[in-house]
Ligand binder design. Structure first.
Ligand code: CU
Length: 219
């Protein structure tokens, strides 16, 4: 091969690499999930979420994900949530995924919520066995961290495609937390739930719309 041909090949390779990087950055910056507002207004509002083992549709059908219910009652593939400031936010999470377990048992205890107690299928629970956690709902800047109990591995009628329905195997986790002043806060899951990724922390665990989101507190 001539030197000119080699140079042309190297240049083409560099251009292709640069195009891929540009595409990655552009899609990272521009793909923002839609905002889902809580139901209700100051001083009390409700958020309803679900977690699924696999989304079931594009762009990542096999990724684990959260979904949020909008005020019209429709499930939306989003983790960008809008809630009122200076309010009590009553959260209901339908957990359709099985347990992965927490690496740090510290997170087995719910924190930053009313009465330091969540209810799991209607029963109050002050601490969850860390091995039973499927995901967590955590807003670090607000001191909120809630472990979510997974569905038993051998449960019948498990959900395979989002949005899951209450006819399918799930646990229902409820808790409430308080918002203060307006702001934008990051929230995320801390369970290494991303099957197939290094240490369980890649892919959906580092993607907005899946296991990461924003809480927009508006006044
Ligand atoms: Cu998770």
């Amino acid at each position: 091969m001539s030197t000119a041909a080699r140079l042309a090949l190297v240049a083409a390779g560099i251009a292709a690499g640069a195009a891929l990087i540009a595409y990655y950055i552009a899609s990272y910056l521009t793909q923002t999930p839609p905002v889902v507002a809580a139901t209700g207004n100051m001083p009390s509002a409700s958020l309803t979420l679900q977690t699924v083992a696999s989304l079931g549709f594009k762009p990542h059908p096999d990724w684990v994900s959260y979904l949020a219910k909008n005020p019209a009652g429709k499930w939306v593939h989003s983790t960008v949530l809008r809630v009122p400031a200076h309010s009590t936010i009553n959260v209901t999470i339908y957990q359709f995924d099985t347990a992965t377990g927490l690496r740090n048992p510290f997170w087995g205890e719910p924190r930053g919520i009313a009465n330091a107690t969540m209810t799991v299928d209607g029963k109050p629970l002050k601490v969850l066995d860390p091995d039973l956690a499927s995901h967590t709902f955590a807003i670090p800047d607000l001191g909120v961290s809630v472990p979510l109990k997974g569905v038993a591995d051998d449960a019948k009628n498990q959900c395979s495609v989002a949005p899951c329905t209450l006819a399918e195997a799930h646990t229902t986790v409820k808790f409430s937390f308080k918002t203060d002043k307006p702001g934008k806060f990051r929230w995320q899951c801390f369970v290494p739930c991303a099957a197939g990724f290094p240490l369980g922390f890649g892919g959906p665990m580092q993607s907005l719309g899946y296991m990461d989101g924003y809480l927009e507190v508006v006044g």
